[in-house]
Design a protein around this ligand. Structure first.
Ligand SMILES: Cc1ncc(COP(=O)(O)O)c(C=O)c1O
Length: 417
């Protein structure tokens, strides 16, 4: 990919002084507005990653930025050693918004997941009566919820875990989209020690893996039958991304614990949340869990604005309709003779194409990366995951004509391979 010497110098500086824990596309961004971002040379791109679905509301949404600026000039952080005037108001707002009893505020998505696991273990001991030290949380194969030691301890991806052991005990996996496997785990040896099933309604980092309709409902029924908690990780799928406010709404399921993050601040600062029922959320006593920044006044104001914007601007509906339009366009590209696209999948505006197979003249190896480079050249940014899958997840404010333009950018980029 050809980039200017200015951008090249900035990338080299980052490579020299930064840890190499990411492999970004060679583009240096300096400005964002709505569905667009601009690089150092002033070139404009459609953002089809939306910071892994943190920027659902669009870059620098004026209402969210106004809330940020106003609060930043008033009070930003008190820690939880003292009360602040906004946490209670925000907790009331977000619990009513999603229909839960209580909120535990954190910052990043992975902290939300960690918090949910601690809540589930403690609930398992205090309420379900699991033998102390024995509680197990079951996960789905292919899960991704972050990079902390607990998060990688639940992963079956060797590139996440390799060389980082020893890993945490008390976790195991069953195949995704397989409620029978969960049933067997619950009914098998030690099933009585399971306190929770932790699952993404659609697996984002696994490559937008959409389970069969009713999977989550079957899982929820099993959880109720065996008295275990259903934890839905909606850090990536939630907040209108999948054409419903929560992806679990698609199956009409309300989890026992809901984990939110990313777009909870519209991409402005790290804000995450765990929501749950009174019975589960009160198992923590003072001093047993927390975070210096969790529940800070700035986050409370920004998250409230971010949720209001999703509702006020009809982003659930737009995500659903524009998602259908995008998949229809991509499916047309996949149907072209020799197309490198072997599969289009997704829901709402969380979508992916799988590259390879299909009798085309393309090897899987490297084509997804090359295609992302070509798309960048043509003004659209996306990033491969797992080598041959490209996620398409633009901000939820994208219009019909913009989707058409983006499909033609993708088509032109494929044709140029
Ligand atoms: C489903 C899911 N959960 C949790 C996380 C972790 O979020 P964060 O990077 O904010 O810690 C991610 C990040 O991609 C995610 O996709």
């Amino acid at each position: 990919m050809n980039i200017s010497s200015t951008q090249d110098a900035v990338i080299k500086r980052e490579e020299q002084y930064g840890s190499h824990n990411y492999h970004p596309l060679p583009v240096v961004l300096k400005k964002g507005e709505g569905v667009h971002v601009w690089d150092l040379d002033g070139k404009r791109y459609y953002d089809f990653l939306s910071a892994y679905s943190a920027v659902n509301q669009g870059h620098c949404h004026p209402k969210i930025i106004a809330a940020l600026v106003e609060q930043a000039q008033t009070l930003t952080l008190t820690s939880r050693a003292f009360h602040n005037d906004l946490l209670g108001e925000y907790a009331k707002f977000i619990t009513e918004f999603f229909g839960f009893d209580r909120l535990l505020p954190m910052n990043t998505g992975v902290e939300g997941g960690e918090t949910a696991i601690k809540l589930a273990r403690r609930w398992g001991y205090d309420v379900k009566g699991i033998t102390p030290g024995k509680a197990r949380v079951v996960f789905a194969k292919g899960n991704f919820w972050g990079r902390t030691i607990a998060a990688i301890s639940t992963s079956d991806d060797s590139s996440s875990t390799g060389g980082f052991g020893p890993l945490c005990p008390g976790f195991n996996n069953v195949p995704y989209d397989d409620s029978e496997a969960l049933k067997a785990e619950l009914e098998g040896p030690g099933g009585e020690d399971i306190c929770a099933f932790f699952v993404e309604p659609i697996q984002g980092e696994a490559g937008v893996v959409v389970p069969s309709d009713g999977y989550l409902r079957r899982v929820k029924d099993l959880c109720e039958k065996h008295k275990i908690l259903l934890i839905c990780d909606e850090v990536q799928t939630g907040l209108a991304r999948c054409g419903t406010m929560l992806a679990s709404d698609h199956d009409g399921v309300k989890p026992d614990l809901l984990v939110l993050g990313k777009a909870l601040s519209g991409g402005v600062l790290p804000v995450s949340a765990v929501l749950g029922s009174h019975e589960v959320m009160v198992v923590f006593r003072p001093g047993e869990h927390g975070s210096t920044y969790g529940g800070n006044p700035l986050a409370c104001k920004v998250a409230t604005a971010a949720l209001e914007v999703l509702m006020d601007e009809g982003m659930v509906e737009n995500s659903k309709i524009r998602g259908e339009q995008l998949r229809a366009g991509l499916n047309k590209l996949a149907a072209k003779p020799g197309s490198p696209i072997s599969l289009v999948r997704g829901r709402g505006l969380l979508n992916a194409i799988v590259i390879g197979g299909n009798g085309g003249n393309y090897s899987e190896e490297g084509v997804a990366w090359q295609l992302c480079e070509r798309m960048a050249g043509n003004g659209l940014l996306a990033k491969p995951t797992h080598g041959n899958i490209i996620r398409f997840a633009p901000p939820l404010i994208i219009t019909a004509s913009q989707i058409d333009e983006c499909v033609s950018i993708i088509e032109r980029s494929i044709d140029s391979l």
